[in-house]
Ligand binder design. Structure first.
Ligand code: CP
Length: 312
C-alpha cells in the first residue's frame, strides 16, 4: 500500500491539501489498523507523546484523539481549557507552539480562529493536526465522515449526499463538500437563506465539475439521497444572537419524515446535536451518527501513525 505517498512529519491542516490518492490511503490505513491484532496495535506509538491543545470546547475530537493515541501505546499531554495555560497570561499561539514542540512528537490543536492551525504548523517542524479552526476546516472529521460513508454504503463514488443546517459556519460541511468532489457525488445543500454554503465553496465545487443544488426544505430531497448529513446551527458562531434565534430550530428531522426514504439511506451528524434530530430517529435503521463518531478512533489512529512514521 502506498507507493510514493509519505506522510511522515507532515501536518494535516486542510482537506484541500490532500489528493484523492492520499485520502484513500488514510482510509485504507484506518481499515488496516482496525483489523490489527491488539498487541501490535497497542505498541505502534510506544514512546511517542501527543500534545492535545484545545482552545475551544470539544468532546469527540479531543477525546478520540486522546484515546487513539493512548490505545496505540502513546501518551498525551495538554489542556482542554486554555485558561489553565499561559494563554491566560497573554502568551501568543506562536510562543505556545515553540514551547510545546520541545515536549512532544505531534500536536493536535483546536482553535476558534480560522487559520490558527496553519499558523501553528508554520511555527514548528513537528506535525500539527487540525482539530478544527473556527468556521474553516476540520480535516480529521472529514476523513472519518468519508470512512463512515464507505462503511455504510460500501462505496463513496457516485452517491447522492445531502448536507443540511448551518452550511455557512459549518466547517465539517465545508471540508466534506470539497473532499467529495474527488468522488463524483451529487450534492444537495439544504439551509435557510442566511446560512447558505459560502459562495467561495460553491465556486470551487463548480470549478471541480461537481453537480449540486440548493434547497430550503428537507422534504425536497430526503427521499432521493443515500446519505443525509445533518448539522447543528452553531450558536457560538453568530455575531448577532437575534439572527440565531430566527433559525435555531429551522430543521428538525423526525421519524415520520423517513417513511419514503431509500432503504439503505443513512443519517450522519458530526455531533453534538441540539434539536436537529429527534430521539425517535435513533432507533431507526437509518441512524448512523453514533457509529460515525466511533470511527473517529481508527481514522485518527491512522493519521497519527502516518505523520509519526509508525506506518507507511
Ligand atoms: N464532531 C466534533 O467535532 O465534535 P466535538 O466538537 O465534540 O469535538
Amino acid at each position: 500500500m502506498g507507493g510514493k505517498i509519505n506522510f511522515r512529519g507532515r501536518s494535516i491542516i486542510s482537506i484541500n491539501n490532500l489528493s484523492k490518492e492520499e485520502i484513500i490511503y488514510i482510509l485504507e490505513t484506518a481499515k488496516k489498523i482496525e483489523a490489527m491484532p491488539f498487541k501490535k496495535k497497542s505498541e505502534l506509538l510506544k514512546g511517542k507523546v501527543m500534545a492535545s491543545l484545545f482552545f475551544e470546547p470539544s468532546t469527540r475530537t479531543r477525546l478520540s484523539f486522546n484515546s487513539a493515541m493512548t490505545r496505540l501505546g502513546g501518551r498525551v499531554i495538554g489542556f482542554s481549557d486554555p485558561m489553565t495555560s499561559s494563554f491566560a497570561k497573554g502568551e501568543t499561539l506562536y510562543d505556545t507552539i515553540k514551547m510545546v514542540e520541545n515536549y512532544v512528537d505531534v500536536i493536535a490543536i483546536r482553535h476558534p480562529i480560522e487559520g490558527a492551525a496553519r499558523l501553528a504548523s508554520e511555527a514548528t517542524e513537528k506535525p500539527v493536526v487540525n482539530g478544527g479552526d473556527g468556521a474553516n476546516q476540520h480535516p480529521t472529521q472529514t476523513l472519518l465522515d468519508l470512512y463512515t460513508i464507505k462503511k455504510a454504503q460500501g462505496k463513496i463514488s457516485g452517491l447522492k449526499i445531502a448536507m443540511c443546517g448551518d452550511l455557512k459556519y459549518g466547517r465539517t460541511v465545508h471540508s466534506l463538500a470539497i473532499a467529495l468532489s474527488h468522488f463524483n457525488c451529487r450534492l444537495y445543500f439544504i439551509s435557510p437563506e442566511s446560512l447558505k454554503m459560502p459562495a467561495y465553496y460553491l465556486a470551487e465545487l463548480s470549478k471541480r465539475g461537481v453537480m449540486f443544488s440548493e434547497h430550503e426544505k428537507i422534504e425536497e430531497v430526503i427521499d432521493e439521497v443515500d446519505i443525509f448529513y445533518s448539522t447543528r446551527i452553531q450558536k457560538e458562531r453568530f455575531p448577532d444572537h437575534a439572527e440565531y434565534e430566527k433559525v435555531k430550530d429551522v430543521y428538525i428531522l423526525t421519524k415520520e419524515m423517513l417513511n419514503k426514504v431509500k432503504k439503505n439511506m443513512r443519517i450522519m451528524h458530526p455531533l453534538p446535536r441540539v434539536n436537529e434530530i429527534t430521539l425517535s430517529v435513533d432507533s431507526t435503521p437509518h441512524a448512523y451518527y453514533f457509529q460515525q463518531s466511533a470511527n473517529g478512533i481508527p481514522v485518527r489512529q491512522a493519521v497519527l501513525s502516518l505523520v509519526l512514521g509508525a506506518l507507511k
